[in-house]
Design a protein around this ligand. Structure first.
Ligand SMILES: [Zn+2]
Length: 55
């Protein structure tokens, strides 16, 4: 097991890598809890937009 911390793979709007620790270092997606919340919010908003245009 590597003892160094696996960090989030997301970048901010300036292209700088996020330095927060990934939720699951062995997970399929390496993101921190903050970016996980941001992704969830983005998906929810996108789905709401699709639902609005579909009806
Ligand atoms: Zn992050």
């Amino acid at each position: 097991m590597p003892d160094r911390i696996v960090t989030c793979r997301m970048t901010n709007r300036h292209g700088n890598r996020c330095t927060a620790e990934a939720i699951d270092p062995n997970g399929e997606v390496l993101i921190c809890i903050r970016h996980y919340v941001a992704v969830c919010r983005t998906v929810r908003e996108a789905q709401a937009r699709v639902a609005r245009t579909a009806t």
